[in-house]
Design a protein around this ligand. Sequence first.
Ligand SMILES: Nc1ncnc2c1ncn2[C@@H]1O[C@H](COP(=O)(O)OP(=O)(O)OP(=O)(O)O)[C@@H](O)[C@H]1O
Length: 255
Amino acid sequence: MNQPNAVVTFTDVNQRFGAVTAVEELSLRIGQGERLAILGRTGAGKSTLLNLLIGNLRPTRGTVRVDGLDPYAQHAELQGVIGMAFQTPRLLPWRTALDNVAVGMEILGVPQSERLERARTWLGKMHLADSAGLFPSQLSGGMRQRVSLARAFSIEPALVLLDESFSALDEVTARQLREEFVELAEAERKTALIVTHNIEEAFAISHRVLLLGRPARILAEYAVSDCPAVGTTDFGDLRRSIHQQMVDATRAAMA
Ligand SMILES: Nc1ncnc2c1ncn2[C@@H]1O[C@H](COP(=O)(O)OP(=O)(O)OP(=O)(O)O)[C@@H](O)[C@H]1O
């Protein structure tokens, strides 16, 4: 079941927390260069899936692999394999934008001159070349999130994870950052997993969308080519149908 070109595989994964089943019989794979969005309402188990991927949790049953490695048992080998950007940018306030980008490479032991050069390159790609010397408090929310994305990409990871990375931004900024993310991901042929509760976002930045029920199991899967109006804010019937499935799954889980 571990296909050779898959960067991520979940095979029959169950995750229980005491009496709570957070993930139920979940199998998925993300191929090299693919961007997969996981869409689900609150409590659907999205964070649990991320925690399984980064090795914070060992699955109760089943297997998780990232680049062929077990993230729980081989945590150290996976350092540098995953780049992550969160809902809040998590920047160090006492470091400049440049040094905040460099911090990921610093942890991985990249020599100083190389990491500063790479940090500059990535800030440039995120249109922040002129802001390299500014501190987080001097940056807008969108700029901070750009620094966070530059940090995630600069370690040259095999897999980029976005966890609600654009949901704290105003819609105009969020849309711009989504476009920039897609451009970078395409240019680098990056494999990515995008966790979001935003239907438009899921379709705008991925190749494939998995709709999660509660507990996390796949309710539906969409190729983005199924979506008739990617890039607009209204997909009409498809959007309504996905929304209804999310509502029904949440109600069923709470019943
Ligand atoms: N460490 C834990 N201990 C006990 N229960 C947990 C733990 N982590 C998650 N859960 C439960 O597992 C289920 C899934 O939670 P999870 O946080 O993964 O959902 P989510 O989709 O990320 O939600 P949100 O969008 O609100 O962040 C919930 O019922 C939650 O209460």
